[in-house]
Design a protein around this ligand. Structure first.
Ligand SMILES: [Zn+2]
Length: 305
């Protein structure tokens, strides 16, 4: 059993419901769980003690949307100053060469950056599974998370609508619906920990309306609800996406999600910057992961009038 005493912390900001704050206070931690907060706490011999005089303690930050592998694809000249669709089309040509080693290094860089800036729980949305590579890239990420010690909610991302079927990604990075659904169930069975303080959980995350089929969205939502795991996808990120949905499906992105039973408290969407007032009311408890730096980098208001 690991025991830790954080001694004489100058300020503790709990952000609990009572907004409680403490000064010159100790925290005891056992097996990763806070056991006590108070002044001059007594601890057993063998407890590791860290002197926190002059330091501030905050709860760990939670990151609700990330693409860890993309830490290795920053600054690619071909896609600078391009909006989302051409940015993606340019990068798929690099991403299609990804290996498990790439995924491991991308995860380690991303996790390190997150931990160093106060994040202790991160999700990740990994949806690129290049043809010819092992289908265990999520397993690789989970091993990387365990190695570095971050709490990790992996999502089983997916793309099933390739260029030949009217989608955006090249065929070399899309998978069949049956492979995706089988692997989703495998990952839930193997890794999803429902206990309190779980270090690993799984959610299911088809990538976006322009890279997955309607039937995959529907089957994924059924699978997630049968297993009581959460659902995640990109939505309402750009006007290009809205135009794509109107042209291909005859509906705006949120209407499409409503018809596919993809709205509710067990769903969280990434971006969500183009919902109108009525749509915001219809989110029905769905969460939104806002990503303003991404939106600014990609000029995602481009085409908005
Ligand atoms: Zn994203």
């Amino acid at each position: 059993m690991s025991k830790l005493l954080l001694k004489n912390i100058s300020k503790i900001y709990t952000f609990d419901h009572g907004e409680n704050r403490y000064s010159e206070t100790d925290i005891t931690i056992q097996d990763g769980v806070i056991r006590g907060i108070g002044a001059n706490l007594l601890v057993e011999p063998g407890t590791e003690v860290i002197d926190c005089t002059g330091l501030v303690a905050l709860p760990g930050f939670v990151n609700t949307h990330h693409h860890l592998y993309q830490t290795l694809f920053r600054g690619i000249e071909e896609v600078q100053e391009k909006p989302l669709f051409p940015w993606l089309i340019g990068l798929y040509e690099f991403w299609k060469h990804m290996t498990p080693e790439t995924v491991n290094y991308g995860a380690m860089v991303g996790f390190s950056e997150l931990l160093k800036t106060g994040c202790t729980l991160t999700s990740d949305h990994h949806y690129v599974f290049p043809n010819g590579q092992p289908g265990t890239l999520i397993d690789t990420q989970i091993q990387s998370a365990k190695e570095i010690g971050i709490r990790f909610h992996a999502t089983r991302g997916s793309m099933s609508l390739g260029k030949d079927q009217g989608g955006l990604p090249p065929m070399s990075v899309v998978q069949s619906e049956s492979v995706i659904l089988e692997d989703s169930q495998r990952l839930i069975d193997r890794y999803h920990d429902r206990n309190d303080y779980a270090m690993t959980r799984i959610a299911l995350a088809p990538c976006s309306p322009f890279s997955v089929t309607e039937s995959l969205m529907l089957e994924t939502s059924k699978l997630a609800r049968a297993n009581k795991v959460m659902l995640h996808t990109h939505l309402a990120e750009t006007m290009d996406e809205e135009r794509f949905c109107l042209e291909k499906y005859g509906r705006k992105p949120l209407e499409l999600m409503e018809d596919l039973e993809w709205v509710g408290p067990d769903v969280w969407f990434a971006h969500g910057i183009f919902f109108d007032d009525d749509e915001i009311k219809r989110l029905n408890g769905s969460g939104i992961a806002h990503c303003p730096s991404s939106n600014m980098k990609l000029n995602s208001a481009f085409g908005y009038e």
